[in-house]
Design a protein around this ligand. Sequence first.
Ligand code: HEC
Ligand code: HEC
Ligand code: HEC
Ligand code: HEC
Ligand code: HEC
Ligand code: HEC
Length: 327
Amino acid sequence: MSLKRFLAFAATLVLVSGCWSYPADVLEDSSSAVTPDQIGDTGGEDPDLPLVEDATNDNKVIDVVADVASDNKQGGFHPPGWTSPSVHGKAAMLNTMNCTMCHGTDLLGGTTGQSCDTCHDNGWRTNCTFCHGGVDNQTGAPPQSIDGATDAAAGAFPAHGFHVTGNGHALITCVGCHVTPTEVTSPGHMFDDTPGKAEVDLSGGLSPNGKFASMTCSSLYCHGNGQGDNGSVPLNKSDIGCASCHPGPKSSSVALGAMTGRHSMHVKEGVGCYECHSEVFNSQYQPVDGTLHVNGEPNYKLPNGITYNGKGCTGICHGEYHQSPSW
Ligand code: HEC
Ligand code: HEC
Ligand code: HEC
Ligand code: HEC
Ligand code: HEC
Ligand code: HEC
């Protein structure tokens, strides 16, 4: 949040609650050093929060949280009900106010003394499915989206699953399309200056020159014809067939003519793609080794008896003798 937004927010708070100060007892409690080391397991595993004060437990953290809970009722900084995950969690996800401003850039408490780790389980910061993903697969990719939506079709990018789990093509990890964080507070991740918006950055993958605008990706290698960064695809396209990116076995002569060398001639003569690309697809056009498809280079394996030297072929194939004519 910009300073301006923060001031406006603080002013609203003053209007609504008539006060703007941290409760003194919380500051006292928190200044008596609530550190992650002291937290241990206490309070970490129990999702049934807010926590209640346990007289027999002298752990500082429990006391602080209990104070915080009672302060809420008396009008602490956050409104009543804030400890509910669907309230403070949502505010953090959509970055409606930047938590790091008061709770510290490391979220360990900052000026508030209230660390996020007091309640959250160990490892929450690196658990990529704590906040998004975890529905289709465990990579962290939506669905679930940052607003909590779990319907892939309604999401910003319905095809996440196809990309990140490999689907007849090499695996495209988050890095292919996003600067990828290693934890919650990584730069550019959730506490950046574009609240609630996932940034797309194609520079880390096979389409480093790719562009993303108007819900369309363009100048892509991945959706191109294998001869350059010439592919383009809208985010919501669903019917991606074999001839969407490069020509397929049933494509027109004109389309096949755009492929390199003597593709067109061979395919029109009835030679199947699989006959020269047998390590990638079989005769049923099912992947033999999907990791070789859209991996950044053409992979070919010609039938026994014929060799290709990068210029032309030598040997006998489909009953015809080749003596290094140009490809
Ligand atoms: C302007 C300062 C400020 C900002 C911004 C802020 N907090 Fe707090 N927060 C506090 C203070 C101070 C406390 C200590 C208790 C109190 O005063 O309510 C606190 C306490 C809490 C608590 C303990 C329960 C409670 O209601 O007091 C939670 C949970 C919490 N904050 C979550 C968040 C999240 C999540 C964000 C970001 C979306 C956030 N806070 C942003 C100042 C802030
Ligand atoms: C008073 C205890 C408490 C504190 C303090 C607290 N949280 Fe939470 N938070 C929870 C609980 C409980 C959940 C639900 C956990 C679960 O589902 O496993 C949760 C869930 C969340 C979620 C997930 C929401 C979602 O939609 O999936 C986010 C994000 C979150 N908290 C952010 C924060 C941040 C940031 C802070 C520190 C500024 C913080 N919380 C401090 C109790 C707390
Ligand atoms: C092929 C490209 C691609 C890959 C790979 C990819 N994403 Fe995305 N992601 C996108 C696009 C495009 C958007 C939508 C951006 C927009 O709407 O501005 C998006 C949006 C998101 C969002 C926000 C979605 C929402 O609606 O709230 C999250 C979170 C996200 N991606 C996480 C991930 C994670 C985690 C991975 C890896 C496991 C991943 N993405 C892999 C392209 C990709
Ligand atoms: C505490 C919640 C939380 C956790 C845990 C979390 N993320 Fe995110 N993630 C978000 C939010 C919120 C966004 C939307 C980013 C924004 O507002 O810019 C996001 C966005 C992303 C994006 C889209 C690019 C971007 O930064 O905008 C990727 C990729 C991503 N997260 C990967 C991960 C990975 C990998 C992990 C585990 C190491 C992880 N996330 C853990 C909340 C979280
Ligand atoms: C006669 C053998 C042969 C047949 C049949 C064949 N290919 Fe190829 N293909 C090659 C060779 C050899 C290369 C590598 C070309 C180079 O290195 O310049 C290649 C390269 C490619 C490329 C990279 C881009 C390009 O145009 O060079 C694509 C995409 C491709 N093939 C798809 C197919 C598809 C789809 C079919 C079936 C419709 C097919 N191929 C049929 C031999 C063949
Ligand atoms: C999203 C775009 C896209 C789709 C859809 C697609 N391809 Fe490809 N294909 C490529 C690209 C790009 C290459 C260039 C070589 C590479 O990077 O592997 C390629 C290469 C090939 C090759 C050459 C061998 C190689 O290197 O992988 C064959 C054969 C092939 N594709 C067949 C198919 C078939 C069969 C289908 C449908 C099941 C299909 N393609 C769907 C993008 C696509």
